[in-house]
Design a protein around this ligand. Structure first.
Ligand code: GRF
Length: 192
């Protein structure tokens, strides 16, 4: 893979509130990375993340079927897909067409607390119940194995002071934002 300093055209896939998307848009606007977010895609028409995209003047799209989405990604010359709270499992077509060009942010230190059903608060509740001392964020390439692709970057935090899953979520979300924008810069510079 050669991405030496290349400015990618990014589509961010979302399903929820979009704080990771917001963080990426602010990072782009301050020149933290060179790549450009050209499209926000959601499987949920009421995802607040779409509103965040519109507020930053980014085209948004609520997906209907793969053929329509495939055409739009091609028309917009998207060459990097970032999953930021996207809760749908990707089909084999997109995984094949964008092999090694889809990255995901997961709110735990994979491979721990990853896999089927491990998303959002489910992760933090499991971490809390397991009395883990550490948690954090993982950015990884996406393949057909849920949360199984090559790990690009991990940020670990001590959560011993967290007294609830909600406190863990808050602490982890902060490092997710840092990790995801850093991973995009590393991807541009071919350090991943
Ligand atoms: C984040 O915790 C992310 O790790 C997970 O879903 C959540 C999305 O949050 N995949 P937001 O929509 O970016 O605020």
């Amino acid at each position: 893979m050669c991405h030496k300093g290349i400015k990618h055209r990014i589509a961010v896939f979302v399903s929820g509130g979009g704080t990771n998307l917001e963080s990426l848009l602010l990072a782009q606007e301050e020149g933290f990375f060179q790549s450009e977010i050209v499209l926000v895609v959601s499987n949920k028409e009421d995802a607040y993340a779409l509103e965040r995209g519109r507020n930053h003047g980014i085209e948004t799209y609520v997906e209907k079927d793969w053929d329509s989405l495939e055409s739009l990604l091609k028309e917009r010359q998207v060459d990097l897909i970032v999953l930021a709270g996207y809760l749908k499992i990707l089909g084999s077509e997109i995984l094949e067409q964008y092999k090694n060009r889809i990255i995901n942010i997961h709110p735990s230190l994979l491979p721990k607390f990853g896999g089927k059903g491990m998303y959002g608060m489910n992760v933090h509740r499991s971490v809390f119940e397991a009395k883990e001392k550490m948690s954090g964020a993982t950015v990884h390439l996406v393949n057909k194995e849920i949360d199984g692709g090559k790990i690009l970057l991990q940020t670990a935090i001590n959560i011993e002071k967290c007294s609830s899953p909600e406190e863990i979520q808050k602490a982890v979300l902060y490092v997710e934002h840092e990790a995801l924008k850093t991973a995009i810069r590393l991807y541009e510079e071919d350090y991943v």
